[in-house]
Design a protein around this ligand. Structure first.
Ligand SMILES: C[S@@+](CC[C@H](N)C(=O)[O-])C[C@H]1O[C@@H](n2cnc3c(N)ncnc32)[C@H](O)[C@@H]1O
Length: 319
């Protein structure tokens, strides 16, 4: 679909393929026609005081979100989906999962929730007065019962591909789908932290593979994908990699520059991304020496024991 005359437009025009609006998302949405976008996917500001947001009272924040969501619903195709990815709003150490307070807005606008996807990752802040947060959610809504859903392109390897039917008319045949299984609603995908290959200076980027899965499942080629809070351009990148059209709005100039650069790199094949379905790095399997526990030593029988434990009268791992 993309030729050598790559162009990133700023204003909405249905004949474009890539649009990055430098400015407020509502301003952009106001230019867009009804029922144009097949997938609207975003991670809005969480109202937790990041550098690009002013912390607001929760009702004020929710009212702002409602204005954007209402416009998203207007511009969403009847076969389309909205995926709203959020974490927690934190106030004086007390958390409010944002999906719980945003859900009523979508429901009032007539959308239907298809999945509440748990996105689990292993890196983040270490909390001292509650368990450290290691997941966020994606609320996936559709506008109607007749929605695009392509399971085959996002199937993942079976756990037991060699399993066979043991009774019935198909006895002896393999029971699993050779294309793989449904990925389920718990997605284990590394978040973009310091040594992730996609890391930029933006504090909360989507990993491209997270959005690729949504693009492949919820749109067809040539469909429009839109992200109202585009950040570093990830949603556009995930769209154009799979021959979809991508649009987004971003308000902070340095992220607009970053997004444009990443989109161009994606187009010319130089953007480094973590491949979809690559297994999560396991430092023990990889033989990373930092997984050795420094205060344990190996005894002759290969068991570990704690240094000087006999002197301190402590239990060892041998006991
Ligand atoms: C959570 S980040 C999204 C990051 C993005 N998912 C990515 O992969 O880079 C939210 C982004 O929304 C932008 N933003 C905040 N208010 C906005 C508005 N009214 N219109 C457009 N962008 C806005 C912020 O500058 C920030 O980059």
């Amino acid at each position: 679909m993309f030729d050598q005359t790559y162009k990133i437009a700023d204003k909405f025009n249905v004949s474009e393929k890539i649009i990055l609006h430098s400015g407020d998302c509502l301003e952009f949405l106001n230019q867009c026609p009804d029922i144009i976008f097949k997938l609207i996917v975003t991670s809005p500001p969480y109202n937790i005081g990041k550098e690009y947001e002013k912390k607001l009272d929760l009702p004020v924040y929710l009212e702002q979100q409602k204005q954007v969501i209402r416009e998203c619903v207007r511009t969403l195709s009847p076969q389309g989906s909205i995926c709203w990815q959020v974490g927690n709003y934190v106030n004086n150490g007390s958390i409010i999962p944002l999906d719980t307070v945003l859900y009523p807005i979508f429901a009032e606008l007539g959308l239907q929730l298809r999945n509440r996807i748990i996105w689990h990752f292993e890196h983040g802040l270490h909390c001292t007065s509650r368990f450290s947060g290691r997941y966020e959610t994606i609320l996936w809504f559709t506008k109607s019962d007749n929605y695009t859903f392509n399971l085959d392109p996002v199937r993942v390897p079976q756990k037991y591909p060699g399993k066979k039917y043991f009774k019935g008319p198909k006895v002896g045949q393999y029971s699993g789908n050779p294309l793989g299984k449904n990925p389920g609603d718990l997605w284990i995908i590394p978040n973009v932290k310091s040594n992730h290959i996609e890391k930029t200076e933006h504090p909360c980027q989507f990993p491209v593979e997270l959005i690729e899965r949504l693009v492949l499942a919820l749109t067809d080629e040539e469909d429009w994908v839109f992200d109202p809070f585009l950040g570093t351009g990830t949603s556009i990148i995930a769209a154009i990699r799979h021959n979809r059209r991508g649009a987004g709005a971003e308000i902070v100039p340095k992220y607009i520059t970053l997004a444009k650069n990443r989109i161009m790199q994606s187009l010319n094949g130089t953007l480094k991304t973590r491949p979809m379905n690559k297994p999560v790095y396991d430092p023990i399997k990889a033989g990373n020496s930092q997984t050795n526990i420094p205060w344990l030593e190996k005894t002759e029988d290969g068991q570990m024991s704690i240094f000087d434990s006999s002197n301190r009268g402590e239990r060892t791992t041998k006991s």
